[in-house]
Write a protein that binds this ligand. Structure first.
Ligand code: ZN
Length: 385
């Protein structure tokens, strides 16, 4: 009897919406929450288990036994119906996790959806308020220690400020919201609730590393930043849809990791550096959490002499798994520690090089400071084309 039920559940997986995880859209559906009537991947199922059976009752499709009542529950609901209920009011600025996103984004999405019922009640979406004040641990630029700092975000002022002293009147720094990027970076910081904020300081890119006490707190800050940025863009570009503008709020790193590079002179030795690739900007650091990179390389289009080639030119002593990044100004000789890393880096760089520049890419070509008006035009073009 139980086999027949299991076969029926497997057939249900083929119905529209059920063959991708209800929460992260992974195509590897192996579990269900049979009281919620949804189909899940393994990673999301394990978060559902942690919610407790009062909220979600998890069952493996193939490894557990099924009863008639449970099967009926699955048939009556399914991922599409559950989404209509639990995702009825997801704000456009909220970053829905995909299966490769950090665990904290996945977990908070699931908790927001089924535990806090955040997307059924706008009053619970405090990150849409346009103002947020609170404490985060910020890594010191020089002493590298995490210290408690007060942060204040204001959508009206377009600012994110932080204060060194509790009673300080003047902020230690005031960042422009429309010029910052925010990325959740648990592995780099060694903390599940960590965020990196980058912005231009002078002609360099500055990074801040922040930690929150809870997953909810860091995701609330992340979403508050995205919400404020989106609201400001919506006012600036009334002709664009929120969905178009939302693609432009924060950008994850396309690639990150250790590579070695040689200096600019023939015969310079390889030195190990931490590389990050964000949109068209390749940066390298002594240490992954340095406040400033040692170098920034703009990655342009193949029409402008940008290219990636396997190996090194003759005469350069090779080590590990080498490749060459060609730019009009300089050829960079790079080396990965394992073949797989070399392949991934070459593919990531090639995919950027093969894409024509968007108007926004041209305006963020560093070294060239654009005035406000030019920036506005560039974003406008981005959403129109
Ligand atoms: Zn999933």
């Amino acid at each position: 009897m139980s086999d027949r039920y299991q076969k029926f559940v497997l057939d249900l997986v083929q119905r529209p919406g059920n063959s991708n995880c209800a929460d992260c859209l992974s195509p590897n559906v192996e579990y269900t929450s049979f009281n919620l009537g949804i189909f899940l991947c393994e990673a999301c199922a394990s978060i559902h288990r942690s919610l407790g059976v009062g909220i979600s009752k998890v069952k493996s499709i193939k490894m557990d036994n099924w009863s008639e009542d449970q099967v009926k529950c699955m048939e009556a609901c399914g991922n599409l119906k559950a989404r209509e209920k639990f995702e009825q009011l997801v704000p456009t600025c909220y970053k829905r996790p995909r299966d490769k996103d950090p665990q904290v984004l996945r977990e908070q999405w699931i908790r927001a959806k089924y535990e806090r019922l955040e997307f059924m009640d706008p009053e619970k979406q405090t990150y849409l308020a346009g103002f947020k004040e609170g404490y985060l641990m910020k890594r010191g630029k020089d002493d590298k220690k995490f210290q408690r700092r007060r942060f204040v975000l204001s959508e009206t002022d377009n600012t994110l400020k932080y204060y060194n002293k509790e009673d300080a009147r003047e902020p230690k720094a005031t960042l422009r919201l429309d010029e910052i990027n925010a990325v959740i970076v648990p592995e780099k910081v060694g903390n599940p609730n960590a965020m990196q904020i980058t912005f231009e300081q002078g002609s360099n890119t500055r990074s801040l590393f922040l930690q929150a006490e809870t997953g909810k707190e860091i995701v609330d800050w992340f979403t508050s930043i995205r919400s404020a940025k989106l609201n400001r863009l919506t006012i600036a570009y009334p002709g664009a849809t929120e969905a178009e503008l939302a693609q432009n709020l924060t950008h994850s790193f396309l690639m990150e990791g250790w590579l070695s590079k040689t200096g600019p002179r023939q015969g310079d030795a390889f030195r190990r550096r931490w590389f990050t690739l964000e949109r068209r900007k390749l940066m390298y650091y002594d240490d992954p959490m340095d406040a400033f990179p040692k170098g920034e390389i703009f990655i342009g289009h193949e029409d402008k002499q940008f290219a990636v080639r396997d190996g090194l030119p003759p005469g350069i002593k090779s080590q590990g798994f080498c490749f060459t990044l060609k730019t009009p100004d300089r050829h960079f000789h790079l080396s990965a520690e394992v073949l797989e890393d070399k392949t991934k880096w070459m593919q990531a760089l090639e995919s950027v090089i093969s894409q024509p520049l968007s108007p926004q890419d041209s305006s963020s070509n560093f070294g060239i400071k654009q005035n406000k008006k030019a920036k506005r035009i560039s974003v406008l073009n981005l959403v129109r084309h």
